[in-house]
Design a protein around this ligand. Structure first.
Ligand code: B1M
Length: 206
């Protein structure tokens, strides 16, 4: 019941009600990961409805607000590691792309794993990635692309980061990205979700 409520509130964009629903689910014994996956599932429902023309951009936006609110409440239950101990990770969503929920989840999980995260936000130009990545102590640069139309921007970002010849690894991810594409553009690693991104970051930094 509580998970169904969370899913319903996120997909209907009820940002004001979601905090209480997530708290109720946690207190009712639901695992934080299950609550998170429920919210991700709700966004898939929203995406399907958008694709089918049942809802439009404003509805997607309010659902995103509700999800962000829910994640904020859930964050303390997902976080675990010692802050910053494993080094620095630069993260951002590539140029032309405004989607940030997935990137924020990756950022949160990587931070929880023990890295210091420098979050460049969304619509990040290639030069900004390269400049931030050149700072001392950067072990990993993590780039998200959530649209098929921004996959070329991801390719350009990885190429520029690699051309800079610095000693960091480049990780990529996002709904349209595949291992095959990641290999083609020369990324050091691809993962499909936030939890495996954090695990992979630890492997790469070891
Ligand atoms: Co947009 N959007 N959107 N959208 N949106 C999608 C992505 C879409 C699939 C919807 C659909 O048609 N079914 C579709 C893309 C189609 C395509 O590319 N083929 C789409 C479209 C078309 C658009 C616009 C073009 C719509 C328009 O204007 N006509 C427009 C583009 C704007 C732009 O970016 N320039 C647009 C705008 C928006 C909003 C701004 C309204 C809003 C985003 C708000 C925000 O993020 N603050 C929005 C939303 C909410 C969505 C959906 C519904 C939900 C996205 C989301 O947050 N999912 C989405 C449909 C869907 O995803 N099912 C959709 C939840 C999130 C947790 O998943 O981001 O995939 P995701 O992240 C995952 C993994 O991908 C992975 O980890 C996360 C999970 O653990 N991951 C990584 C992500 N980054 C990673 C990095 C890694 C590793 C893993 O390593 C570095």
């Amino acid at each position: 019941m509580s998970l169904e409520n969370v899913k319903d509130l996120v997909s209907r964009g009820k940002a004001k009600l979601i905090a209480a629903a997530v708290t109720e689910a946690v207190e009712g014994g639901c695992a934080a990961e299950d609550i998170l996956n429920t919210m991700i599932g709700a966004m898939d429902v929203v995406g399907e409805k958008f694709k089918n023309g049942e809802i439009f951009v404003p509805e997607m936006l309010i659902a995103a607000k509700a999800m962000k609110k829910g994640v904020e409440v859930l964050k303390p239950y997902l976080a675990s590691g010692a802050a910053g101990a494993l080094g620095k990770v630069v993260i951002g969503t590539v140029a032309g792309d405004l989607h940030d929920i997935g990137k924020n989840l990756v950022s949160m999980m990587i931070e929880s794993a023990g890295f210091e995260v420098v979050d460049l936000g969304v619509d990040v130009p290639v030069e900004k990635f390269v400049e931030a990545a050149a700072a001392d102590g950067v072990k990993i640069v993590a780039c998200s692309a959530l649209l098929t139309t921004t996959m070329p921007a991801l390719e350009a970002t990885v190429a520029a980061l690699k051309a800079a010849g610095k000693d960091y690894k480049v990780m990529v991810g996002g709904a349209p990205i595949t291992q095959e594409f990641a290999d083609k553009i020369g990324a050091d690693a691809y993962t499909s979700d936030a939890a495996s991104a954090a695990k992979k970051a630890k492997e790469l930094a070891a």
